[in-house]
Write a protein that binds this ligand. Structure first.
Ligand code: ADP
Ligand code: MG
Length: 295
């Protein structure tokens, strides 16, 4: 087993002051609507969930069902012309509707972070990957050059990249997709966020590497208390990691509940279809033979 991360006792930016009672939820989404305010047309309609500290919630649904817009609303990075048109998002007890753009920037990458499908596009092709992680530490945590380098090496080890010193000095084109996603996860957890959103983070990877990355996320959760939102069009990904799942279709949540219940006893036709589609290739691994434990 390689190095793991532990959360230091300090409170990071965006956390409540030590004498305040800690909010119970890392993330709380209430009846979220996302749409184009100029037309009044909502694409995401009524998403609600609570993510406890250290919890894992999954969002599953076919392409175009509104998963990414939901994530981007939670991260405060909706593309034009979209905006939050209803409902609320609280990050560690903080209502994000009241945040200024500057406060949003502070919250992202300190309290809430994300990894997406295409890791290469988030890295500068002409800078060694380790230096890019170190840069995050310098900018976001104010670490000096040497400390940032040392910490970035620890982070590369923590995301289970073999030979971190060698990887540190490599350029993105020299690394595989799975390695690049590990680098991106290292950069995302560098600032010890409370919430990490993984939006199709393993979709572009082959099945073996996908499983390794999911294991890594589970380990980071266990060692740091990081809360995860795992988004995938693939029910098997969500089944592997999550305790609660939301099934989205056409901008709405059609079914929501504990993963074990949703997989064993789907109530909605669309969920039944998703479960049935996956039965051919591997979901029974998570369903178990006795209909009991998922993991
Ligand atoms: N930048 C954008 N401009 C215009 N329409 C968009 C944009 N992003 C998403 N949409 C539309 O919003 C809907 C939901 O998209 P998205 O949240 O990306 O779905 P998912 O992540 O579930 O595949 C889709 O119908 C898509 O066409
Ligand atoms: Mg998406």
């Amino acid at each position: 087993m390689t190095t793991t991360l532990t959360r230091p006792a300090t409170t990071s930016a965006g956390s409540p002051a030590p004498d305040q009672p800690a909010p119970t939820h890392a993330l709380s989404v209430r009846d979220l609507h996302v749409g184009d305010p100029s037309t009044g047309h909502d694409i995401v309609r009524g998403v609600s969930f609570d993510l406890p500290r250290g919890g894992v919630v999954g969002v599953v649904g076919e392409s175009g069902s509104g998963k990414t817009l939901t994530c981007r609303a939670v991260l405060g990075i909706l593309p034009e012309p979209f905006a939050v048109t209803g409902g609320s998002v609280e990050v560690v007890g903080r209502d994000t509707a009241t945040l200024t753009p500057r406060e949003w920037t502070g919250l992202r990458g300190s309290t809430i972070a994300a990894v997406f499908q295409d890791p290469a596009s988030y890295l500068n092709p002409s800078i060694p990957v380790g230096r890019q992680v170190a840069e995050v530490l310098r900018v976001k945590l104010g670490l000096r050059r040497r400390a940032a380098r040392e910490r970035s090496l620890e982070l590369l080890a923590a995301v289970q990249l073999r030979d971190p010193a060698r990887v540190w000095a490599q350029y993105p084109f020299e690394l595989s997709g799975g390695m690049l996603q590990r680098v991106l996860i290292a950069a995302a957890v560098a600032v010890e966020p409370q919430v990490l959103i993984a939006d199709e983070a393993t979709t572009a990877l082959d099945v073996t590497v996908q499983a390794e990355i999911l294991d890594l996320l589970a380990e980071l959760r266990a060692s740091t208390g990081l809360a995860l939102v795992v988004v995938s069009h693939d029910l098997a990904v969500v089944a592997q990691l999550c305790t609660e799942v939301l099934v989205m279709r056409d901008g709405e949540v059609v079914e929501q509940g504990p993963v074990s219940r949703v997989l064993h006893d789907p109530q909605h036709d669309y969920t039944r279809l998703l479960v049935r589609e996956h039965e051919q290739y591997g979901l029974e691994r998570f369903l178990g033979t006795d209909g009991g434990e998922l993991r």
